[in-house]
Design a binder for this molecule. Sequence first.
Ligand code: UT7
Length: 332
Amino acid sequence: MSKIRAAITGVGGYVPDYILTNKELEKMVETTDEWITSRTGIKERRILKGENQGVSVMAIEAVKDLLAKTNTNPADIDLIIFATITADMTFPASANIVATAVGATNAFSYDMGAACSGFIYGLTTGASFIEAGRYKKVIVIGGDKMSAILDYTDRTTCIIFGDGAGCVLLEPTTEDVGVMDYMLRSDGSGETFLHMKAGGSRIPASHESVDKRLHYVYQEGSSVYKFAVTNMADVAAQVAERNQLNKENINWLVPHQANKRIIDATASRVGIAEEKVMMNIERYGNTTGGTIPLLLWDYEKKLKKGDNLLIAAFGGGFTWGAVYVKWAYDPK
Ligand code: UT7
């Protein structure tokens, strides 16, 4: 019997309308368009505005886009995995909210917290359910409303992140396409350099935690940068090597969008030319769980059946990893 693989059979996405430019940030904190552009590659990011708007608002739109594009009946969805660190509430899972809102009444659903690597953790977990032969239609969402946990008086973090969500549909195939291989890693000592101090069970929300501004992203940028550059490139190179992937047969590098300099370092380590590197950091910034599905959403029309994609991510935890995907369909 031929092996069952999990093929990506569709992509959906959503970014909010509001565009926060570097020029506007210049009026909010002591920074310049020149500094942000040269140090990160970011020109603008999207922000979800309005009262009572959680990350699920964007995920619901992304999944509706996916269901419409793939002509999928939501009642046929078996499982929804939502990679996010900015869930609407601590509980219930935002995946439950999304599933009900889109009519996925027969699905079970849960959130996955692996920060910037969340989507690749979700993609490989979702693929395992398909490969096991247990489920036929799995949606993996990656998305974050980073603006909800950013301190807009802290120039070292508020310039980097944005809001957005993307998703893919996974279905079984016996063809030689889909999720082919992956390597995932984590290291809890990375907590020191990238975390949010309060709001969890260690320091629950209190007047004091709010006064001390503990409910925001805390990042020691240059330390995270050093770990990211080395580990993201290493894991991408390892997955490439063990699958005989090289600069000739890799069609696309799909790197987490944290910093253009980290992306360039990963591309150069694997020997990939710039035109084969997916990039949209200049328009969306770092949307954490959203970066990789939003790249697939933006580049979908350029992808052909059989294309070799090398996906790589690094983020809070630390978490990191790389996934080799063989694309399963031609542009529709
Ligand atoms: O996706 C999750 C994982 N996260 C990452 O992968 C992020 C990794 N880190 C980075 O991308 C970079 O470290 C940053 C973009 C966050 C910062 O860039 P950097 O080149 O590492 O700058 P730095 O933190 O070393 O700061 C250099 C200088 C400092 O000033 P002094 O001490 O040299 O006088 C900062 O205070 O730049 C200053 N600075 C700024 N200046 C203008 C920091 N932020 C800003 C700013 N505008 N927004």
